[in-house]
Design a protein around this ligand. Structure first.
Ligand code: ATP
Ligand code: MG
Length: 453
């Protein structure tokens, strides 16, 4: 238990209250992981908590007083300190209508969602684990505290939290909890979109969304209804050995593999949603073969809709859309093709062209290995593209007007024109010439072009 958190516990107990470390910190510490914020639960009412901690020289912020929470800051680190409480009825399935403060820490643990989150620890009294959380950590299962059905009915977000914790810890969901999960998944429709967005982001950040797609699809499809048609959608194409759902799971897993588990956020979202429009764009030709004309563009549009609704950060949405839009575009391992790709990405997300080019190649590579075995050769071609891309970047790749070795002032001086849209048009034409490899991005060459044309 870290010294800074111990100061909070000691201060409260020195004043005659009881205090424990609780929740995620205890769970992660028992798993051997560190780095989780410390939450403290205490018998002290929040006004007393604030008074006692301030008297001990600790900074206190009254962050969630109506729910009994204050944030203590010790050595610059926050310790959320909450009064023992239980939650009343959830008439809207979102917020507890009331919280009721209680005397006994065991009652506080009983209101918590999963056994692995319902343990408290104290340096002298040891581990308090009334629901078998430690055993479930050992077995690798997520199990609801109490009657699963009732707990999910109280707060349907717990359905998605179960999947997030399973992904994050690499656990499975205990069968009775899972049965209730599937039964209650439709209730996610009543949960605030941004809370769903946060949990989905957490599931993607775990790097294990492929597992969730394969094993807990009911929950993901309830969280994002646009995913539902992917299951069982037969692509009727010689390029696809799997339905859209299994293909998507393979692409999500591939994105993690190719990035060593550090896939950027936009790539993770793009992998999940890159083919989301396939069912809507499907047609079949006279030979009985399936086609998906326009699915990258429509997929980018749908991704914008889904991610916007879930209140995902705007920049992440735009980046995911940019790579979804280009995921099917043929790219060749030539300077010209790579420069075009960079310019398109830079145009969609200024300043992010290079990073997105790597993400797009990782998406295409994952897409290739997630199709039929005969498409895997394309993955090797992508390695060649990656080499060209690296060489371009090392050489100081040009993808935007700002990368040119001449600027607006040069244009006005050499051409004798006034500031205005004409300057931008000239720069744009120089950029196009450089991208097409007709001119080098060399200051003298560009100035000469301005002078003599
Ligand atoms: P994380 O590392 O994701 O923050 P955490 O365990 O700290 O994991 P939080 O969402 O921060 O999870 O919540 C802190 C604790 O509060 C949880 O461990 C759990 O005991 C309890 N809790 C949080 N949300 C709920 C909920 N919706 N229903 C029941 N208990 C909850
Ligand atoms: Mg937390």
């Amino acid at each position: 238990m870290p010294a800074y958190a111990l100061r909070v516990v000691r201060a409260l107990e020195g004043a005659g209250f009881e205090a424990w470390v609780v929740g995620g910190f205890v769970r992660d510490a028992l798993m051997g992981g560190a780095g989780h914020d410390v939450d403290v639960t205490t018998s002290a009412p929040w006004q007393q908590t604030a008074r006692v901690l301030r008297a001990a020289g600790i900074e206190v912020h009254e962050t969630g007083a109506q729910h009994g929470t204050v944030t203590a800051v010790v050595d610059g680190l926050p310790v959320e300190t909450t009064t023992y409480r239980v939650e009343g009825a959830y008439s809207d399935m979102r917020h507890p209508d009331v919280v009721r403060f209680v005397e006994d820490v065991r009652e506080d643990l009983a209101r918590r969602d999963f056994t692995v989150n319902a343990m408290a620890y104290h340096p002298e009294r040891g581990l308090l684990d009334p629901y078998g959380g430690q055993e479930d950590l050992g077995r690798g299962v997520i199990r609801a505290v109490g009657e699963p059905r009732r707990r999910f009915e109280e707060d349907a977000l717990r359905v998605l939290r179960a999947v997030r914790f399973a992904c994050r810890l690499g656990f499975t969901i205990e069968p009775a909890t899972r049965e209730a999960l599937v039964a209650c998944a439709p209730e996610l429709a009543g949960i605030a979109h941004e809370r769903i967005g946060q949990e989905m982001d957490g599931i993607l950040a775990s790097g294990r969304v492929a597992w969730a797609l394969r094993h807990e699809f009911e929950v993901l499809a309830a969280a994002i209804p646009e995913l539902a048609p992917m299951r069982g959608f037969d692509q009727k194409s010689p390029y696809h050995a799997y339905d859209v759902l299994e293909h998507t799971a393979r692409v999500c897993a591939g994105a993690e593999e190719f990035t060593g588990g550090f896939a950027p956020r936009a790539l993770r979202w793009a992998a999940l949603l890159h083919d989301v429009a396939k069912p809507a764009c499907w047609s079949v030709d006279e030979g009985g073969r399936g086609h998906f004309f326009g699915h990258p563009e429509e997929g980018a549009r749908m991704a914008g809709e889904v991610m916007g609704r879930l209140a995902i950060e705007r920049s992440t949405v735009r980046e995911a859309q940019a790579i979804i839009r280009l995921h099917d575009l043929p790219i060749h391992p030539t300077v010209r093709s790579i420069r075009r790709m960079l310019a398109k990405l830079e145009g969609a997300c200024p300043g992010r062209g290079e990073a997105l080019a790597h993400a797009l190649i990782d998406l295409k590579r994952s897409d290739a290995v997630g199709k039929a075995p005969k498409c895997m050769g394309y993955a090797a071609e992508l390695d060649a593209m990656e080499r060209v891309l690296r060489a371009e970047i090392a050489r100081g790749a040009v993808c935007a007007i700002g990368d040119l070795k001449v600027n607006g002032a040069d244009v006005m001086r050499e051409r004798g024109i006034e500031p205005g849209p004409g300057v931008g048009m000239v720069l744009r034409s120089l950029l196009d010439a450089v991208l097409a490899d007709e001119l080098p991005n060399d200051r003298e060459a560009l100035l000469a072009e301005l002078r003599y044309r």
